[in-house]
Write a protein that binds this ligand. Sequence first.
Ligand SMILES: [Zn+2]
Length: 78
Amino acid sequence: MKPYDDCIHCGGSVKEKKERLDYRYHGQLFIVENVLVGVCLQCGEKYLKATVAKKLEKLVSTKKTVWKSVVVPVVSAI
Ligand SMILES: [Zn+2]
């Protein structure tokens, strides 16, 4: 059994990688490094396993493991 289904957007195969991920929790943006995500080899769409998503949520809700904070500039296109 494959750990990830094929990409729902393009049908490409999805491979597990360690990526840096933008993660939003209660409106706050976290950047989580070294997250195991499935990445579509064709279009780059990322897929999170339910177990990993749960772990991320726990991680950011406790905020015990914050290494560094960076300022993320937000611009409006309007
Ligand atoms: Zn794809």
